[in-house]
Design a protein around this ligand. Structure first.
Ligand code: ADP
Ligand code: ZN
Ligand code: ZN
Length: 796
């Protein structure tokens, strides 16, 4: 038997499959999807079995596969298949995709692999799959048993504490065993070293309970910190960062049980269509277009119930941003323990934990953000993607997958429907519904019959500003005041964080830029620094112009921090919560802010686009957009679509319950169609107009696009390679295809590299994938000169 293995080696990316001979004693346990340890050059590395075969093409003698790491293969055959076709579609490498499918803790390099010596490994009962009687083990075997226990998934992640109160007192690291030191520990044991004997005995006998927190060890064994410190010094124990287990849904259990909801006619009609596809096991895509508040979530939940009642499982994707406690609570309330939640606010340990529950088949419903589309869920009967227009479903870094495409692939694999839901569907999705590739389901009324809020525009060109700044109009401030007097709540959005976006010298015109990127630095008052939002570079706030030493420097532009200060001055006594990347860095802070706002511990929630989506606060009656234009003039073809979406979404936060809502949008471009149509919240008209614009400009969805990005330390190297690629493509592509560029990218220098790009727009190019793979392979050669290239299929 021969295993075909993709090795988990980061530096030398290759999609080559390596073959290994499977020792007889491992044959029984090996499967497609198994994680294994194999010899690779002089190293032993982690890899994944993607195929099993009897015959090898390889002429020489195959090396032996060493170890099967997990009892249950982490990857299912489905995911192994998916990795192959996806790698090809998105110009990535198979190992990158396999890595993206797995929790961090399973990736090579995250921690050192514990690999027993080859010969010893084969002697061990574990590797033959027999049960172990601990008492009968020899010393050597016992050492290996410790190895094995550490390797065993259950032993690795420790549930340090059950409740949160206790957690605070626990250390944030635990003491783990260091594999190389067992022999020494044994020798010490034999020599009967008195002082540490207790500890050593514990290590030997209770290996499975490690890693342990220092507090726990001290208490259990009556040891002093000194003993433990010396054990660490000797290398018996290593300090290891641990993820403290916390139930990601902790605190949600006590919520009131959901009231049973009877679907209205439109909801029921939509559900019937979806349910029928579930029953008939049809891989059909639905576009559920429903205005904000029309009860799309209720349709999803009913459809999930339907899938479960058919004995099948359900996968639901939501944007990271809407994985709010509110949303999680709702699903959890409906499906209880059968739900697994995957999102970035979980610690790596928690993610791994949830992931294993899914893999073992202990959960039936998975809710998560983009990467949850790879959840090892079996027997899927329904896939839902909420807010399907969200750009965050596309990963911007390698592997550049779009979760919508992956979901479609999986829906075909499982013969189940895919439901894409949105109040403002992506133009491409809506166009596909128009052509009946997707089936359109529409919800045109708010479920609780509440009217959509009244939206008014404030033209910043002709307005009086409050305070000495140019951010808040007198009208907006007056409206906020009125709401606060009525004890109602206000949401304010400004899609720009920080205090000011640039420092300008009035004497010489100098703008302070990032030393690594071609962008200006942002002022952040709370950290007293100038920051780059792209590479994270940070430096002190200058007191004088770095160019001419003049003191005449100004900080221009605005951001959430600045507006927060202005609000404090204009509305003394108002309680303001700010939500942006800077205030939500710490785990749990997102939930804390929203809970506080929900409990009316604040009057105003001020934030970036983070606050635009999915929030449902009944007491919010006013939504203010401080500047609608922030995204309007960026050079993207979809700038209007993004602006329309964002405004419609944020407007939907107002007046969701009894009290009527009001929305005020400040803009310098009140006549722009994206803003005009957001005012009337008329998606259908926006769709019609924007499709016309796209048609005129040869943009998607009339054309497919591929972006080729070339970067190098030296600008001329990037440019030269870009022109070479363009010539190559021009020779091979059809007349109708448009090749734009090469041109410097929008941010031409980033992290000290120069970027050039080529955009290919095409309608039909059957060979394009092959050509681009060729381009990618040839660029491999040029890597030596510090050149790199990536290809983004359908960039957002
Ligand atoms: P959407 O996701 O489409 O914006 P939601 O699912 O958040 O809308 O629903 C908006 C509100 O309407 C929620 O408070 C929800 O509980 C309520 N709702 C949904 N369906 C019904 C129904 N059939 N009858 C009464 N209320 C409903
Ligand atoms: Zn100057
Ligand atoms: Zn930078």
């Amino acid at each position: 038997m021969i295993a075909q293995v993709i090795v988990d080696v980061a530096v030398k990316q290759t999609d080559r499959i390596f073959e290994y001979h499977i020792p007889t004693e491992l044959e029984k346990s090996i499967q497609i999807g198994s994680r294994v340890v194999v010899p690779f050059g002089r190293r032993k590395v982690q890899g994944f079995v993607v195929g099993l075969t009897e015959k090898s093409e390889f002429k020489g003698k195959l090396k032996d596969l060493l170890v099967i790491v997990d009892e249950m293969p982490p990857l299912t055959p489905e995911l192994v298949d998916l990795s192959q076709s996806l790698a090809k579609d998105i110009f990535s490498y198979r190992i990158k995709i396999l890595q993206a499918m797995l929790p961090w803790v399973m990736r090579a390099g995250y921690r050192k692999l514990l690999v027993p010596n080859n010969d010893q490994a084969k002697q061990l009962p574990f590797f033959k799959g027999d049960p172990i009687d601990l008492n009968k083990l020899t010393d050597l075997q016992q050492i290996e048993k410790v190895h094995q226990l550490l390797r065993n998934d259950d032993a690795k992640i420790e549930y340090l504490v059950e409740n949160r109160a206790k957690k605070k007192k626990e250390n944030q690291y635990a003491l783990a065993l260091d594999s190389t030191e067992y022999t020494k520990i044994y020798n010490t044991l034999r020599q009967n070293a008195v002082k540490q004997k207790k500890l050593v005995m514990d290590i030997i006998e209770n290996a499975a309970t490690y890693p342990k927190s220092q507090n726990k060890l001290e208490k259990e064994l009556g040891l002093t910190a000194a003993v433990l410190n010396s054990a660490v010094k000797k290398g018996w124990l290593v300090k290891k960062a641990v993820e403290v287990y916390r139930n990601p849904l902790a605190g949600f259990e006590d919520d009131e049980k959901p009231k049973p909801v009877t679907l209205n006619e439109q909801q029921q009609a939509a559900l019937d269509q979806i349910a029928s596809a579930i029953n008939k096991r049809r891989s059909k895509t639905f576009l559920l277009e429903g205005i904000t508040g029309s009860g799309k979530t209720e349709v999803y939940l009913h459809a999930i119930s339907k899938a479960l009642s058919q004995g099948r499982n359900a996968l639901m994707l939501v944007p990271e941003i809407s994985l709010t406690p509110q949303m999680v609570r709702q699903v959890k309330a409906r499906f209880g323990n059968q739900v697994a939640v995957l999102h970035s606010a979980l610690s790596e340990g928690e993610k791994y934990d949830e992931w294993r529950r899914i893999r073992r088949g202990e959960t039936k419903v998975v809710v998560g953000a983009r990467s949850a589309v790879f959840a090892p869920l079996d027997n899927i009967g329904l896939i839902v993607i909420d807010e399907e227009h969200e750009a965050s479903y596309k990963q911007e870094t390698d592997p550049r997958y779009n979760a919508k495409d992956v979901a479609l692939w999986r829906s075909r694999y499982h013969h189940c429907p895919l439901v894409l839901g949105s109040a403002t569907p992506a133009l491409g999705s809506r166009a596909r519904a128009q052509k009946h590739v997707y089936q359109l389901l529409r919800l045109t009324k708010r479920a609780n019959n509440k009217k959509l809020p009244q939206v008014n525009l404030i033209d910043l060109k002709h307005v009086q500003f409050a305070g000495g700044q140019f951010d808040l109009s007198v009208d907006l401030v007056a409206a906020i005041k009125k709401r606060l007097e009525k004890k109602e709540e206000v949401i304010l959005m400004l899609n720009r964080r920080g205090f000011a976006n640039f420092m300008l010298c009035r004497e010489c015109g100098f703008v302070l830029k990032c030393p690594n990127c071609d962008v200006s630095l942002n002022l952040h008052k709370d950290t007293n620094s100038m920051q780059c939002h792209y590479c994270g570079h940070s430096e002190p706030i200058p007191q004088a112009c770095p160019n001419c030493q003049s003191k005449q420097i100004r900080f221009l532009g605005t951001g959430t921090q600045k507006v927060q200060e202005e609000l404090k001055e204009l509305l003394p006594g108002a309680r303001i919560l700010r939500m942006d990347v800077d205030t939500t860095r710490r785990k749990g802070s997102y939930k804390r802010i929203l809970d506080a706002f929900g409990d009316h511990e604040a009057d105003i929630l001020l934030g970036t686009q983070m606050i635009a989506k999915g929030l449902d606060f009944p007491n919010v009656t006013l939504v203010g957009v401080i500047n609608a234009d922030t995204g309007l003039w960026i050079s993207d073809y979809n700038a209007s679509e993004r602006t329309f979406e964002l405004l419609t979404q944020v407007a939907g936060r107002a007046g969701r319950a009894e009290k009527e809502g009001e929305v005020l949008i400040q803009t310098y471009n009140p006549e722009h169609y994206a803003i005009q149509l957001a005012k009337t919240q008329d998606y259908e008209r926006f769709y019609g107009y924007e499709m016309h614009v796209r048609h005129e400009g040869n943009y998607p969805p009339y054309f497919f696009t591929v972006l080729i990005s070339i970067s190098a330390k030296k600008e001329q190297n990037a440019a030269r390679e870009a022109f070479r690629i363009k010539r190559y493509l021009m020779q091979h592509l059809g007349q109708e295809t448009i090749i734009l560029g090469p041109s410097p990218s929008a941010i031409s220098r980033l992290k000290n590299k120069y970027y050039y790009q080529i955009l290919v727009k095409y309608k039909k190019e059957p060979n394009l994938n092959k050509l681009l793979h060729h381009v990618q392979d040839s660029a491999q050669e040029a890597r030596k000169y510090g050149l790199s290239i990536f290809i983004d299929n359908e960039p957002e």
